[in-house]
Design a protein around this ligand. Sequence first.
Ligand code: CS2
Length: 489
Amino acid sequence: MTLPRLGATSQISGPALPPAYVPENHGTGIVHIGAGAFFRAHLGAYTDQALAASGGDWRICAVALRDSALAQTLGAQDGRYTLVTRAATGSTARVIGAVGQVIAADPAATLAALCIPATRIVSLTVTERGYGIDRATGGADLAHPAVAADLANPEHPSGVLGLLAAAMRHRRQHGLAPFTVLSCDNLPENGRLLRSALIDFATRLDPDLAAWIAAEIAFPCTMVDRITPAPTSQTLAEAAQQTGHTDLAAIETEEFHQWIIEDDFPLGRPDWAAGNAIFVQDVAPYERMKLTMLNGAHSMLAYCGFLAGYPLVRDVMASPDLARLVQRHLRAAASLLPPLPGIDLGQYAEALALRFANPAIAHETRQIAKDGTEKLPQRLLAPALACLERGQDIQPFAFAVAGWMRYALGRDDAGQPYPLHDPRAAQISAALCDLPSDAPHIVARLQGLPGLFPQPLVASAIWQDAVTRALERMLAHGMRAALSLEAQS
Ligand code: CS2
């Protein structure tokens, strides 16, 4: 199959909208690390709107650190891709022209792009696990393979911290202005966390560089939101129908999108407000709202839904028991949040339930269930601790964490095994092997994973009792029956 190029010279024969500007008239100002579906549905789309509304040399050099097949596909299409937006009422499509260059799994070329004077922003979507941050200390995770490799060989880095540090060393030596670093992953205070990990990483190599990073580099925090399932053959078929072209880099997403950003870009930024990005002084409260409500409920429904035999989030929402437990989780999470100007948390929860139920989006529960040890702290454990400290009902969080523990066993109620996609999968299996499969032992072993559970939670008898009872029911009755018992309680 030959791949027609989706370029300025292509005729879009379907109803998909082409870029509303001439992409090639704009230079590149952003290097984005992590060219996956979420980047293409979110930052790529916002930047496209910014270029259409206000122009500027803000096209993106998209780097796929590991997935060279995706990058080659995107590169062969001159960076163009179709964004299919699926609402309950129907789909629309538009061709995004914001990506001007693509780098496929090539660390040397990535470092070179980071060192170009015109690079003013380096943005990232590499997932929670991709950075190599030790979440217990906020420093670099020395056990992370890329961190260990880059500390041993800092001149030829291939991981996020190593590449950023090497680029900053080069820019400092050559008197180039430092770029702004924009982490767009679901980590608490993502900019500050990345800053502390990078400073720790650089301190191990060159304390002067670390001091320069601390003094000179802006790391705005940001809250990103758009539910984006992994693309399927249906996504590609729909894109082909709408554009008249084969587009192997097409993606689909929901209509809703939100982006809240701290406005700290010393070298400027695209006019992202054109796509309705909101600029604020302090992102933390918005981020906490999204992490505890959307992502916390997502994780709960993913573990429980997957084990109850619901492959998609929308199937979960069609199950009365689980839908009720999702509502309960959203209420419990909202009760922990401070009031936020302009936001009604009740309405936010209602909107989330509708987004989860969107019949046009096929979002797999097993996709969300990945990397639990990276997601649990900010989504479920911090809220559980806050709940305990306030003397509020801890049950919704205990139930969700029991769902993760049940999932961590790696086999469903029929005994069928499934892979645990988690950076600590080996540690989890080691903790659970040779163990009587009763809830108290499982809870104790998983809570003993180094640095994962906050000590005050582990020390609480109320918490221990609630998690152990929830897991006991899941083991004794199976997930579906446990959900039904929980929903009635
Ligand atoms: C999800 C998120 O996969 C997951 O863990 O909870 O990717 C979620 O879909 C996004 O944060 C929505 O903005």
